[in-house]
Design a protein around this ligand. Sequence first.
Ligand code: ZN
Length: 407
Amino acid sequence: MAPEQSPQVVIRNVAVFDGSGSPREAARAVVVEGRQIRWVGPEAELPEWAVGRVIDGRGGTLLPGLVNCHVHLCSDGAPDMFAQVAHDTIVWSALRGYLNIQATLEAGVTTVRDCGEADNVAIDLSHAVDEGLIDGPRIRAAGRVITMTGGHGHFIGREADGPYDVRRATRAEIKEGAHFIKAMATGGVLTPGVTPTQTALQPDELDAVATEAHNAGRRTACHAIGNAGIKNAIRAGIDSIEHGFYLDDEALQLAVDRGTYLVPTLIAVNQIVDNGRAGGIPDWVVVKAESESGHHRESFAAAVRSGMKIAAGTDAGTPFNSHADMPLELSLMVDYGLRPVEALIAATRNAAENLDMLDKIGTVEVGKLADLIVVEGDPTTSIKDITNVRVVLKDGVVYRDDYGARA
Ligand SMILES: [Zn+2]
């Protein structure tokens, strides 16, 4: 049966890695109709009704659009993130955010989770994209982070102390449109005056975050580096642990039992250590990053061995960590323990589940939103090929088609 007059896009001559864990299959075609995937199968069986704009994938690999679970859209990788946020007005933040989402989409990332900015600008950016004012990835935004007075990220946060105050702060962010709640369970690298390993919000405060957020149907993420803070967050029922430098056996078992996600952001510390003082990064940031990077890698490797669920995120916006750098994060994940296929699943299926959006995105399946990319080569065997993005569709709209442009 021919469908109605909806615009169709036929992507042919591709291998498909569908993100579910099934093997990559060659000689496939995908038909997009309107916003959705309408048909996936062997190219030889392409249905007669599949007509419309044709994209020749030239034997490359088609995958689900990538999902970056940890970005800061209003920061662009300046050496001193703290100083940049202090300098920026709301207009500056919005302009940076606009430029960053263009870079994001170009790199094949079709959905991002913004883990905090100062003025809830990322919430507005998400609306501007959804309403068609600007092109960009789908954005799920936390708005301001919830942090203790003087705690990590207070410059992009709402400071709150004690369970009642934290409850109020959580409700206030939900009122302002936060899609999920981000809270700080430990200190961090990029805030002066705190150490990464110290605990921050205490168990009764983290309980308040989880209870209020879940009651409102929102998921939760905790910045958690030190071991005690990680366990506090997992026990409170927080849905994802960001960074997680000190996961021990007990923390990993708790996480596996509860299905808690790890978003490791390996690239963030790497970029600080690699660029260092010579790159203009403040000394106090470099000192903290250098002392933590070894723990970070060991902790990630332990998480891989334990079976803890892992979703990809880069912490884009931190020093020298651009919004186009998802491929570097996936390469690091492979360097420290994941197989290429597992790294790709962390950036597609798992990331979508971590955002509670697996019913709409994250795999190449009939009926899901047509967020699709085509890359040259085969990233399931050579992860670096994920850099070679040639075609990007989001919501069925073709945002990038290098092959078409050259034809
Ligand atoms: Zn972050």
